[in-house]
Design a protein around this ligand. Structure first.
Ligand code: MLT
Length: 217
């Protein structure tokens, strides 16, 4: 099932009405298929919404343009973040999942666009799992993220993302009131089994709270 909605994407319905929905956001060079299996592992029975980033970097899909590694095209980042938020709202209306049960799961570039979405559209996502994320931009105004559960998994040996950059992202989110769980491991940029199993446990403790949640429309 895959209506257009402006993004090439996959949508897999959840087991039942109380199931959460995972918004899976791939890294540079990935696509809408890449993280479907990860979503199924992280939260069996959850619905899965997985778009493909619309920017092409020499053929590699991304969610926003960058000028160099770790240097983002700010204007494009803002535009693409709003575009992704519109897609999420349209997908919620089309497929009938509740945004109060929507958890973003992003890796690398996908984690960065998820972080940007959290900062620019507080309230759109209920929770987030960010693997190897960095600061997408420094917000002028601190958003209200009161109690939003956010899991961050970072690598001390990540050569793409300096540890103090991930720490700065955590600090921004904490200052905004989010409930941040930042996990450090002695690993690099690629995702590891330990990242996945820790995120799975974290989600398992969160999901019961989401199953009774209802949208305020
Ligand atoms: C980004 O461009 O979002 C980050 O440098 C990570 C990545 O390469 O995907």
């Amino acid at each position: 099932m895959s209506a257009d909605l402006g993004f090439v994407h996959r949508y897999l319905p959840g087991e039942d009405e109380s199931s959460p929905t995972l918004l899976m956001l791939h890294g540079t060079g990935g696509n809408e298929e890449d993280l479907v299996g990860l979503g199924e592992t992280l939260a069996p029975g959850a619905a899965i919404l997985s778009p493909r980033g619309k920017v092409s970097e020499y053929g590699a899909p991304r969610f926003f343009r960058r000028l160099a590694e770790g240097v983002f095209d700010h204007e494009d980042l803002l535009f693409r973040t709003h575009e992704l938020a519109e897609f999420v709202e349209a997908a919620s209306a089309t497929y009938g999942f509740e945004r109060s049960k929507l958890v973003a799961v992003g890796y690398s570039n996908g984690a960065n666009v998820a972080a940007s979405t959290i900062l620019l559209h507080p309230g759109l996502l209920r929770a987030a799992v960010l693997f190897r994320a960095m600061v997408p931009f420094e917000p002028d105004v601190t958003p209200h993220l009161s109690g939003m559960p956010i899991f961050l998994a970072a690598g001390r040996m990540d050569r793409m993302i300096p540890p103090d950059n991930t720490q700065r992202l955590a600090d921004i989110l904490i200052e905004a009131g989010a409930d941040v769980d930042l996990r450090w491991r002695n690993v690099g940029h690629p995702l590891t089994y330990d990242d996945v199993s820790e995120a799975k446990q974290w989600l398992a403790s969160l999901l019961p709270q989401l199953s009774g949640a209802q949208d305020i429309r």
